[in-house]
Design a protein around this ligand. Structure first.
Ligand code: UD1
Length: 423
């Protein structure tokens, strides 16, 4: 119904053991920049393993708004970027998804101009885009910032530049790579982000004819080419969804088999679960994961840029630490305000104290059910994990945050034996 806000919640009866095999969905954080990059290849790109998420739908809405066509056939998204008729993104679309800034480099490269609103702050605190803007300025983009609007244009063709990032920002690295792919000359990014999603974006662009070396390392070199052609590309599996399901398995004392994952993407996460006493083995299809009856605390978790421990896995791991034997210290180094799940975990009976970027978790034997509210994507996932092991029936509001990044999460968990319903 028009004007009617549909709000959903999860109802979880905790205490069920999980069992079985799960195939992990495609990565949200790979899909978003690749959809933006498809603008550079005039024609039909075919993206396999594309998760069905509200953030992906928001990207497809932006592509359709500017004149492209996009359709979905199961896990495959087919985007035809032959016709682009607009060079603006209205603020309503920009605000649907904070990472819509990823369209900046692609729109400039494709249309020579773009008008969009600032993505603004978000539930993780202020989310500056100075690195994106400074880099594009160095590549020849004129940027006017007025009343929360960005008006960006180039007079001729984008040109390559030597760009040294002060922080290895994932989004800035992606925006520069996309803009540089068809720029004149060579772009060198120093202190680039090294996340697997950067490598996936490079693999897609290379399949389209781009010349990129060093993706996944600190220095990325892009030799601009005149044109890109469309390509077929399979999105990598989502390492954060895998880590969340491992957390769900850990807190419920369960055994799960994972397929469709790339174990090396979890190299900083797997040792933490092993420290908790979980047994993790490679299998021909992926990984087997077996949890002990009583978890040990992982002691210290510091979030870092890849290959360090991912900030996106901090919240689900805090649910694990909440029921582990002993103290765990979390240090959140990536975002200012990423502990919104803490008060809700405490309502479920967790013992957590926060001081600035540090959270100290004293593991309890059992969590108890409660009515809690999610306030961000990964915090929502943490509350689901906690509710799975809490005694009794929990209700979790704010599931729209979860649906930005987890595809059919309640169905995935139900298929493993969890008692979870969306109402
Ligand atoms: C991406 C991921 C997000 C993940 C984050 C860190 C996507 C869609 N999202 O977000 O899930 O949590 O990486 O791994 O891929 N910064 C600046 N100025 C800038 C840009 C960033 O100061 O211009 C700061 C941010 O405030 C933050 C840090 O750099 O403190 C890292 O942010 P960044 O790597 O850019 O994160 P995103 O790309 O937004």
């Amino acid at each position: 119904m028009k004007g009617c806000l549909v709000v959903s919640m999860y109802v979880v009866e905790g205490g069920r053991t999980l069992n079985g095999e799960v195939r992990v969905q495609g990565s949200k954080n790979s899909t978003l920049p690749i959809l933006a990059a498809s603008l550079l290849c005039r024609g039909e790109s075919v993206l396999l393993n594309c998760p069905r998420l509200s953030d992906v739908e928001a990207s497809l809405t932006i592509l359709r708004y500017i004149g492209c066509t996009a359709r979905r056939e199961g896990d495959t998204v087919i985007v035809d970027t032959t016709g682009v008729t607009r060079s603006d993104i209205p603020s309503a679309l920009m605000h649907k998804m904070r990472s819509s800034i990823i369209f900046l480099g692609a729109m400039i490269a494709r249309c020579d101009r773009v008008r969009m609103s600032f993505p603004g702050g978000c539930e993780l605190g202020p989310r500056p885009i100075d690195l994106h803007l400074n880099a594009l300025r160095e590549m020849g983009v004129r940027i006017n910032e007025e009343h929360g609007e960005l008006d960006c244009s180039i007079s001729d063709r984008l040109h390559g530049a030597n760009i040294a990032l002060t922080i290895p920002s994932v989004g800035a690295t992606e925006n520069i790579m996309i803009a540089a792919a068809t720029a004149e000359g060579t772009t060198i990014i120093s202190n680039a982000a090294r996340e697997p999603e950067i490598t996936d974006l490079a693999d897609y662009l290379i399949a389209c004819g781009a010349k990129i070396s060093g993706a996944g390392e600190s220095t990325v070199i892009i030799d601009g080419v005149r044109r890109l052609r469309p390509a077929v590309h399979a999105i990598i599996p989502d390492r954060i969804v895998a880590a969340t399901l491992m957390a769900a398995s850990a807190v419920t004392g369960s055994a799960i088999r994972f397929t469709g994952i790339i174990p090396s993407h979890l190299d900083s996460v797997i040792p933490v679960f092993r420290e908790c006493g979980c047994d993790i083995q490679r299998t021909p299809e992926g990984l087997s994961f077996r949890s002990p009856d009583r978890l040990r605390s992982p002691r210290l978790i510091r979030t870092m840029p890849y290959p360090g421990f991912p900030t996106d896995a901090q919240a689900p791991l805090m649910s694990v630490a909440s029921v582990a034997d002993g103290l765990t210290v979390f240090v959140e180094n990536m975002f200012e305000s990423r502990y919104s799940h803490v008060s809700e975990l405490c309502r479920l009976g967790a013992d957590i104290r926060v001081e600035g970027r540090v959270a100290v978790v004293d593991g309890v034997r059992r969590l108890l059910s409660a009515h809690v509210r999610a306030r961000d994507l990964r915090g929502a996932a943490a509350l689901v994990v906690a509710a799975l092991c809490a005694r009794g029936k929990s209700r979790i509001d704010g599931i729209e945050y979860l649906e930005r990044g987890y595809e059919d999460f309640e169905q995935v968990l139900s298929s493993l034996g969890a008692d979870i319903r969306k109402v």
